[in-house]
Ligand binder design. Structure first.
Ligand SMILES: Cc1cc2nc3c(=O)[nH]c(=O)nc-3n(C[C@H](O)[C@H](O)[C@H](O)COP(=O)(O)OP(=O)(O)OC[C@H]3O[C@@H](n4cnc5c(N)ncnc54)[C@H](O)[C@@H]3O)c2cc1C
Length: 445
């Protein structure tokens, strides 16, 4: 949107102006856009999206958790407010909540050995269903005159002038929301440094992803993504079943080294099931002196894993791990191994070569507890993939409750550490938008 001015008798198109520029079209950015529109229907909004398509996290599996505290980091959210926002997310997205069976049975089994099973209201669209949802949301925004510019990245901003600098232009904003997701971790760190936004280091999650036949983890027929909390800050995370696949995401460290982190997703019920289930077991660690950055440490671990895996994640059979020996390609073809690992590019090897005992010991203890609750998960054929690493940006020191980190600049979503999942990210967007609306005196329609 251009403003026009006369300079020396010549009509000049001056810099574009938007009430709000949002960098990132993941759930945090989308949630913010819809909330701004509900407060000010004629708000001029520009969404910048680095990718050529809306590539945010709704595109991956799209299971959504509607129970606090899943996805809501405790340092930023207290139950009351988070639940209010969660209710708004649910009202907007209208998810179909999945039925849970035999919860009490599993819960009791877990409690007997000191493990907690969280009762979480969940929905699941699948990767294909998530793509449909994104398309619908993007067309709703376009119909409301929101400009969405794909293939355009936010590079930096000038706080005093309220100016965003992108790869293609400079534009003025009333408010700037930066929601670049986990992949935007390095970008956000640079952005905060350039703008003098103070930040503290964040905790990291390091772990493995298991893949096995559904008969070895049948709880998923009763509870799609069971959330078990084990001692030593260890937990199950992101369970996928049906047409389920393990995937790898490519990251680049600040020094230019590439590494892959494992993840998982599944398609909707419209795809034929492959009889497999995958989920992560992660341990969280927060660092103190003398480690300057937990993120740098995590990326160092990931590159070490790449070294041992010849540039790829490593996979090891539980049977081999128990015997203290590496897995080989031939070892994956024994009569006990009656499924093909879905991340076929992973290298058969030994995860303990690259996973420090601080993490490995807690994870292995957790798995033994899990095998007591759901006997079968430690079947010799179960595959353990490494690394699965979750980085969260260095925590910005916010100026207000609404995630404002510099004058009229809001940092939200998984990249900024204000969420750890789709619904938390969407809620962060709502909260930032509420802050912008309050500052500008916009009232809800
Ligand atoms: C394989 C996989 C499966 C997952 N499954 C689930 C799940 O089932 N349920 C769940 O709750 N969570 C899941 N997650 C996590 C979920 O995706 C995130 O929690 C969520 O998407 C975070 O939302 P966000 O808006 O903060 O960031 P994102 O969704 O990551 O969106 C950030 C967007 O910003 C863009 N961007 C980055 N930098 C810039 C820039 N400088 N300028 C402009 N645009 C930029 C990116 O291209 C991206 O589209 C999964 C993640 C993966 C990778």
């Amino acid at each position: 949107m251009f403003a026009k001015q006369y300079i020396n008798g010549i009509i000049d198109e001056v810099m574009e102006y938007y009430d709000c520029i949002i960098a990132g079209s993941g759930p945090a950015g989308l949630g913010a856009a819809f909330q701004l529109l509900s407060c000010k229907p004629d708000a001029r909004i520009l969404i910048l999206e680095k990718a050529e398509i809306s590539s945010g996290g709704l595109r991956n599996d799209c299971k959504m958790n509607f129970t606090f505290p899943v996805g809501f980091p405790g340092e930023y959210w207290e139950r009351g407010k988070a639940e209010e926002y969660l209710a708004q997310v649910e009202e907007f997205l209208k998810p179909e909540i999945l039925e849970q069976k035999q919860f009490d049975v599993y819960e009791k089994r877990a409690a007997r050995i000191g493990v907690e099973l969280l009762r979480i209201r969940q929905s699941h669209l699948g990767t294909d269903g998530g793509i449909q949802l994104i398309k619908a949301l993007v067309s709703q925004l376009t119909a409301k005159q929101v400009e969405i510019s794909f293939g355009e990245s936010l590079i930096t901003a000038e706080e005093k002038d309220h100016m965003a600098v992108t790869g293609k232009r400079e534009a003025h904003y009333g408010a700037l929301i930066v929601a670049p997701g986990r992949h935007g971790f390095d970008f956000l760190r640079r952005f905060m440094t350039e703008l003098g936004i103070p930040y503290a280091d964040n905790s990291i999650d390091v772990g493995i992803r298991l893949e096995t036949k559904i008969e070895h983890y049948p709880i998923v027929k009763d509870y799609y993504d069971p959330k078990f909390i084990f001692p030593e800050r260890t937990r199950t995370f992101c369970t996928n079943s049906g047409s389920a696949h393990v995937v790898q995401e490519r990251y680049t460290t600040p020094s230019g080294q590439h590494y892959y982190s494992v993840n998982g997703h599944s398609y909707s019920e419209n795809r034929p099931p492959n009889g497999l289930v995958n989920f992560a077991v992660l341990r969280s660690v927060a660092f103190t002196e003398p480690i300057a950055s937990g993120q740098d440490y995590a990326e160092y671990l990931a590159t070490l894993a790449m070294l041992t895996g010849g540039g790829h994640p490593v996979m090891q059979r539980v049977g081999d791990f128990r015997l203290g020996k590496r897995t080989t390609a031939d070892g994956l073809n024994t009569d006990l191994n009656d499924f093909r690992p879905t991340l076929s590019s992973a290298t058969p090897g030994d995860i303990s070569l690259a996973l420090p005992s601080k993490f490995l010991d807690s994870i292995w203890k957790a798995l033994k507890l899990l095998d007591t609750i759901i006997p079968g998960i430690l079947h010799p054929s179960t595959i353990m993939y490494y690394p699965e690493i979750k980085l969260y940006a260095n925590k910005p020191i916010f100026r207000d409750y609404y995630f404002m980190a510099a004058r009229d600049i809001y940092l939200i979503g998984d990249g900024a550490g204000t969420s750890r999942g789709i619904t938390g990210a969407w809620a962060s967007g709502l909260r930032a938008a509420d802050g912008i609306a309050a500052r500008n005196g916009w009232t809800a329609a």
